[in-house]
Design a protein around this ligand. Structure first.
Ligand SMILES: O=P(O)(O)OP(=O)(O)OP(=O)(O)OC[C@H]1O[C@@H](n2cnc3c(O)ncnc32)[C@H](O)[C@@H]1O
Ligand SMILES: [Mg+2]
Length: 208
């Protein structure tokens, strides 16, 4: 799993848990990030990582998308957060009644150089609120998932990890890897663009 973000790694390890035949090795390779759409960013990041480390790679890219701003800041949330902070991220919505947003996790997986990149997406809807809860991970204090009265930051880690964008994307990856295991390494590529759009609600949860 190639990421420079220790919190992402913590969550992925917590979600995947012990009961998996897959051994996750973290690797903090410094990768430039493409500008553009989330799928392209994740795919490009994965291809670069595979070329560098020449082994199976998982990367992920996380977006925070405001509906009133047609999906922005989206993949640029890291820089918006860094420059504007939680307060500024709230103020961006001052002129809009619609405070809804969604967190989007795009996981890209590739088995090695020259192989297809598979994409798995997870989306959690919510609302942008004034910061509440510990400032431990990125924009968690200002994102309140739909159907909950707590922000991601106020939730127990286990609750966030059971409903998060990251969990839903990992469910898709896990199903894919499990199928591969069952087929004993056979190539399961469906011949499409290498994209699996998962349907989070219909999938069983990991570790349950
Ligand atoms: O090395 P990579 O994996 O790219 O790590 P990164 O920190 O650069 O991560 P992204 O490019 O995906 O940028 C996403 C931004 O959103 C933050 N973030 C990611 N997942 C989050 C989550 O579940 N809750 C809150 N903030 C999150 C993260 O700290 C970044 O500021
Ligand atoms: Mg990044």
């Amino acid at each position: 799993f190639v990421t420079g973000n220790p919190r992402k790694l913590e969550e992925v390890v917590a979600i995947i848990g012990e009961n998996t035949p897959w051994k996750l090795i973290s690797n903090d390779v410094d990768l430039p990030e493409l500008q553009g759409e989330p799928d392209d960013i994740a795919r490009d990041k994965c291809q670069m990582a595979v070329e560098k480390i020449k082994s199976p790679v998982i990367v992920e890219d996380t977006c925070l998308c405001y509906n009133a701003l047609k999906g922005l800041p989206g993949p640029y949330i890291k820089w918006f957060l860094q420059k504007l902070g939680h307060k500024g991220l709230n103020q961006l919505l001052c002129g809009y009644d619609d405070k809804t947003a969604y967190a989007l996790c795009t996981i890209a997986y590739c088995e090695g150089p020259g192989k297809d990149v598979k994409l798995f997406r997870g989306k959690t809807d919510g609302t942008i609120v004034e910061a509440r809860g510990p400032h431990k991970f990125g924009w968690d204090p200002i994102f309140q998932p739909a159907g909950f009265s707590e922000t991601y930051a106020e939730m127990e880690t286990s609750l966030k990890n059971s409903i998060s964008h990251r969990r839903k994307a990992l469910n898709g990856l896990k199903d894919f890897l499990d199928t591969r295991t069952m087929k004993d390494g056979e190539n399961t590529s469906n011949g499409s663009d290498g994209t699996d759009l998962q349907q989070p609600e219909k999938r069983p949860r990991l570790n349950e």
